[in-house]
Design a protein around this ligand. Structure first.
Ligand SMILES: [Zn+2]
Length: 444
């Protein structure tokens, strides 16, 4: 009889403990960001930590890595009040992009940058150009051609003849509908300023090209380091159209094999570094390891120093094996790596080899692999005190967010379990000792 009462009490105690534990864990889920801050998790050797959306200052720099499936689209609100979009993902993702950017209060895009002609980067451009006025367009040097009769549309006809007269062998021809539509839209794009309609300025991106703040209150730089080589002289054409000058075309892979398509579109990608306050953000489009090699080789000592500690690196080519080389990652030593990729994509991006390379880095970056397929839209910004923070739209589904909450939960659970077991064990030891002592007494 007495034994049963004890069991009931123990069961009741355990139940209360489980309910209490559940309540603590449940509540802590809602305050995970606050708990992290209070416990100092994420602040130790890191310059940024997962934040509440409200902790990010709205009119300071914010970088939005949009969740656009297997493609790229990054929207940047620059600290001087201007804004920038890098790539426009697939046509099917344009609605999400337009909705997202509109919600930020944007009607005009100051800088639109297309890294290269692939449809997962330029597919949505036409719809975005229809939805917003674009003031400045930065395009790749790839030349658009008409698929049916191989004639080059007006704008690119001039570009082709310019290249032919300078470097006859060095250009890349593209015949896809999406790229032709982009080129046509770019040269037809108009915007209004002070009630006056103006033609958008189209620039062929090249190494050394810079975008700087339009007022002296803030200081940021956005600079291209590819596709073209530093010694290139830019050609100013009709004052609104500046053409770069391709001095190198990538027609073979890193192992020296000729590529089937003649020139890899990915290797036409721009490589761009954004620097603001103490932080830097690197964008490489789908640039291949060959482009990364050339960028490394082309850097002066001071430029190299700027590449040596990149705070946020948007993984090249969605985390592909043939980009993000060990040598490049060792140079940039990224604190955070953002991968823009589709859930269960057929390319298996990010590749295992790439993730392994991150794990091999001398510092711990792997906890900070932020994936749009797992976390949704990922946003970096600054807190009131000027530290770098990030948040993601699908909070809880990404490693970087849940890991801290589970660490706390697991910690509490383990401590409670250890206490229960040790109390029980001590009681048992006492009982056993008593029995042994009694038995010994008996035999005496
Ligand atoms: Zn791509």
């Amino acid at each position: 009889m007495r034994r049963k009462t004890v069991n009931k009490k123990v069961i009741a105690f355990k139940l209360i403990l489980i309910v209490l534990l559940g309540a603590i864990l449940g509540t802590s889920l809602f305050f995970s960001a606050k708990i992290e801050t209070a416990l100092g998790i994420g602040d130790k050797e890191k310059i940024s930590s997962y934040a509440d959306k409200t902790q990010i200052v709205e009119d300071d720099l914010t970088i939005h890595y949009l969740d656009v499936g297997q493609g790229d689209c990054t929207f940047i609100c620059l600290p001087d009040g201007t804004n920038m979009m890098i790539d426009a993902s697939l046509s099917s993702k344009a609605d999400h992009i337009i909705e997202y950017v509109t919600a930020l209060g944007v009607t005009q895009i100051d800088y639109f940058i297309l890294t290269h002609s692939d449809s997962d980067h330029c597919g949505g451009a036409k719809k975005i150009f229809d939805a917003f006025e674009i003031k400045n367009i930065y395009r790749p040097f790839e030349i658009a051609m008409d698929a049916s009769n191989s004639t080059i549309p007006y704008a690119d006809e001039k570009l082709a003849s310019y290249y032919t007269s300078h470097e006859s062998e060095k250009y890349s021809l593209v015949t896809t509908n999406v790229y032709r539509n982009f080129i046509t839209a770019a040269y037809g794009e108009k915007y209004t300023e002070n009630g006056v309609e103006k033609q958008a300025k189209v620039t062929v991106s090249y190494d050394g090209l810079k975008i700087i703040a339009n007022n002296t209150d803030v200081n940021f730089t956005f600079e291209f380091f590819a596709p073209l080589i530093r010694s290139t002289t830019a050609f100013d054409y009709e004052s609104t159209q500046t053409y770069g000058y391709p001095t190198k075309i990538y027609d073979e892979d890193r192992e020296g094999h000729k590529v089937a398509s003649g020139v890899t579109k990915n290797s036409c990608s721009g490589v761009m570094l954004l620097e603001y306050k103490e932080n830097s953000f690197l964008f490489t489009g789908d640039a291949t390891n060959l482009v990364e090699d050339d960028v490394r080789d082309s850097l002066t000592a001071s430029e190299r120093a700027r590449f040596e500690k990149v705070n946020v690196f948007q993984a090249g080519h969605h985390g592909a094996e043939t980009s993000n080389s060990e040598e490049f990652l060792n140079l940039i030593q990224p604190t955070y790596v953002v991968v823009s990729c589709g859930l269960n994509n057929k390319y298996k991006h990010p590749s295992e080899a790439f993730v392994q390379r991150l794990e091999n880095l001398s510092h711990d970056v792997n906890d900070y692999l932020l994936r749009t397929d797992k976390m949704g839209d990922i946003v970096f910004g600054y807190s009131e005190d000027g530290s770098l923070l990030y948040y993601a739209s699908q909070a809880g589904s990404g490693n970087a967010i849940t890991v801290y909450w589970w660490e706390i939960a697991l910690g509490i659970f383990v401590v409670v379990t250890v206490v229960i077991i040790s109390v029980k064990f001590t009681k048992n030891v006492h009982a056993t000792t008593k029995r042994v002592v009694n038995k010994v007494k008996k035999y005496k």
